[in-house]
Design a binder for this molecule. Structure first.
Ligand SMILES: NC(=O)c1ccc[n+]([C@@H]2O[C@H](COP(=O)([O-])OP(=O)(O)OC[C@H]3O[C@@H](n4cnc5c(N)ncnc54)[C@H](O)[C@@H]3O)[C@@H](O)[C@H]2O)c1
Length: 250
């Protein structure tokens, strides 16, 4: 019960990595607000442990929506201990193929969303001089990957913002870290391979890209999040934890 009695908020908790984090945090004793653009998906996540997980609709791109989510969380539970900025979207284009609205939408979810959630979470954390922020970045924020122009740029921003937040609030008792997963076996990746002419071969190519020869499981990213959220990581802030089956070690 590494998160006994903690109040956690996970964005994008209706699917994949966010759902696995919500479930793992609840199993570790936390009360979890599972927030997602897709309300039924958030409700499905909450059905795993209805006494510990509360679904809430949010669009992380939208300031009023994020403000309402944080106001609801603090009003209902009195505080927020852990914020996981997981909601994210990707695109599959190089820069010359990317339209401005697509670029801006990726940044609205992946970067503005992190900004807004932190902006409205921080006052409660600062008042209590305690808090943990975990941003879900990506290997794509650390290296260039073909066909991922907007995505790589947005995740690079998340990586650097993580370090800035860690330094800015280290004296306030707030820790901020980033998890950079490799390719994770989530509904997102299922959708990506389904777009390919040969989805089976496309999936095999993604598996082969990682030295372990397989995709990362959402539960393995959730285990990293559990560590960073817990007191076991009390001395860890500003770190970038890569969970990639060895991809970046090559
Ligand atoms: N799957 C991977 O291989 C992989 C690798 C590295 C990083 N990531 C990152 O992990 C995070 C989760 O990815 P996933 O694979 O679980 O994706 P997913 O598509 O399975 O789940 C993403 C969830 O975010 C929600 N969401 C999307 N836009 C939103 C918005 N505007 N407001 C609120 N919620 C919104 C979706 O409804 C969905 O439930 C993302 O930030 C992604 O960039 C994923």
């Amino acid at each position: 019960m590494m998160l006994q009695d903690r109040i956690a908020l996970v964005t994008g908790a209706g699917s994949g990595i966010g759902q696995a984090i919500a479930h793992r945090f609840a199993a570790a004793g936390a009360t979890v607000v599972a927030a997602d653009l897709d309300r039924p998906a958030a409700e499905a996540t909450a059905s795993f442990a209805p006494e510990r997980i509360v679904p809430y609709p949010v669009d992380v791109r939208d300031e009023a929506s994020v403000r309402a989510l944080l106001e609801h969380t603090v009003a209902r539970f009195g505080r927020l201990d852990i914020l996981v900025n997981n909601a994210g979207i990707g695109t599959t284009r190089d820069l010359h193929e990317t339209e401005l609205d697509e670029w801006e939408n990726v940044f609205a979810v992946n970067v503005r969303g992190v900004f807004l959630c932190c902006k409205y979470a921080l006052p409660s954390m600062l008042a209590r001089r305690s808090g943990v922020i975990i941003n879900i970045g990506s290997v794509a924020g650390l290296i260039g990957i073909p066909k991922r122009a907007a995505y790589c740029a947005s995740k690079g921003a998340v990586v650097t913002l993580t370090k800035q937040l860690a330094i800015a609030y280290v004296k306030d008792g707030i820790r901020c870290n980033c998890i950079c997963p490799g390719t994770v076996d989530s509904p997102w990746v299922e959708r990506l391979v389904a777009l390919e002419a040969d989805p089976v071969a496309a999936r095999r190519a993604l598996e082969a890209r990682q030295p372990m020869g397989r995709l990362v499981r959402p539960e393995e990213v959730a285990a990293a999040a559990l560590y960073l959220a817990s007191d076991e990581a009390a001395a860890v802030t500003g770190s970038i934890l890569v969970v990639d089956g060895g991809w970046l070690a090559q």
